[in-house]
Design a protein around this ligand. Structure first.
Ligand code: ADP
Ligand code: ADP
Length: 237
């Protein structure tokens, strides 16, 4: 599903964020990337949906050689890869359902969609995604009236509505309290188990990673220093 072969990533300022990464993730795995701040976790995840370009090596995601994509191909590829951020990236001054709808309804311009009329089928698709993360009853409430955890679930629903093949998350619980973090992590787990979705996330809290992920990847100074099951992790990481 995701295969890194000898991947390096050097930023324009010469910082080597990834060094000789070799990594294979199969369909349906739940993987957490852990490591100190600055280790390269975020870079690793952001190369997968081509938010960052790799510098050398090869990266194949769902059969696509990511480094070779150009222009419009990159945009189309990104639609297949769901991405969740720490900062939700929602349109806070409109309703939950519109946030989901604008993410996948084609053709209409962005602003048209914000004021526009949507088909029953599209609304059903959006409501189904909201139901999958347990916030169906919030569909017609403005995003800025929701808690942080609820907002992250809207972000999750928005991503699911696009039918991604992989779900990536860059520090999805970093700005949430422990109770809300647990709810969001439970959502990821459910999506992984019930839908068979491949989930790869990076996370600060090692104990949360160990509790939820099947596989842990430890990163230090741009290199993978641990790759194995959660119950075999030692103090080394
Ligand atoms: P982590 O997610 O583990 O905190 P990052 O992947 O964000 O680590 O960063 C890895 C290294 O790359 C750090 O030294 C960071 O400062 C650097 N870095 C990250 N993003 C950029 C960027 N856009 N330009 C230059 N350097 C960057
Ligand atoms: P996050 O961990 O949520 O990505 P950061 O604070 O690490 O947030 O980084 C914010 C932005 O700045 C990111 O786009 C990252 O790529 C970029 N960045 C991080 N470190 C550096 C750096 N040393 N030089 C330039 N850009 C950086």
């Amino acid at each position: 599903m995701i295969e890194f072969t000898n991947v390096d990533k050097v930023y324009p300022n010469k910082v080597k964020a990834l060094e000789n990464i070799n990594l294979k993730i199969e369909k349906g795995e739940f993987v957490a990337v852990i490591g100190l701040s600055g280790a390269g976790k975020s870079t690793l995840i952001r190369c997968i949906n081509r938010m960052h370009d790799i510098t050398s090596g090869s990266l194949v995601v769902d059969g696509t050689n990511v480094g070779k994509l150009k222009g419009k191909e990159i945009r189309n590829f990104r639609k297949k890869i769901g991405m969740i951020f720490q900062s939700f990236n929602l349109i806070t001054r409109t309703t939950v359902i519109k946030n989901v709808l604008v993410s996948f309804v084609p053709q209409l311009s962005f602003w048209r969609k914000l004021t526009g009329i949507f088909s029953k089928e599209h609304k059903l698709q959006a409501l189904t995604a909201l139901d999958q993360v347990g916030i169906l009853e919030k569909a017609y409430i403005r995003v800025d009236q929701l808690s942080g955890g609820q907002q992250q679930r809207v972000a999750l629903a928005r991503t699911l509505a696009q039918n991604p093949t992989i779900l990536l998350a860059d520090e999805p619980i970093a700005s949430l309290d422990p109770v809300t973090s647990k709810q969001v992590m439970d959502d990821f787990k459910r999506i992984n188990q019930e839908m068979g979705m491949t989930v790869l996330l990076n996370i600060h809290h090692v104990e949360v990673a160990l509790e939820y992920a099947d596989r842990i990847i430890g990163v230090r100074e741009g290199q993978i220093v641990y790759d194995g099951s959660a119950n075999e992790v030692t103090d080394e990481v």
